[in-house]
Write a protein that binds this ligand. Structure first.
Ligand SMILES: [Zn+2]
Length: 90
């Protein structure tokens, strides 16, 4: 995991104090893997972006960008019509 250190003060009296701030490595799965078109036939991938009830997770959950979230939601809806993933489980 990436970490960023920040030096707090530069006083000669004290040893330098560093704080370690973890940088969140979360970013859009599709941007990171350079996936341009989301395949609606890839049910295994689409399942990761849905909860157990079949609802689509909000973009904040997986840090999906707005462009890919739009493509993802239409891919999930197409996949539901093709009966690859369920509309609801209850
Ligand atoms: Zn993206």
């Amino acid at each position: 995991m990436h970490k960023r250190t920040i030096r707090i003060h530069h006083s000669p009296l004290y040893p330098p104090l560093f704080i370690i701030i973890p940088i969140s490595m979360k970013q859009c799965h599709f941007c990171a893997n350079k996936i341009t078109a989301i395949d609606y036939k890839d049910a295994y991938l689409l399942r990761r972006f849905m909860n157990s009830l079949g609802k689509i997770y909000p973009p904040k959950k997986h840090n999906t960008c707005a462009k890919h979230q739009r493509e993802l939601s239409s891919a999930i809806k197409r996949s539901r019509v093709m009966a690859l993933i369920p509309f609801t489980t209850r």
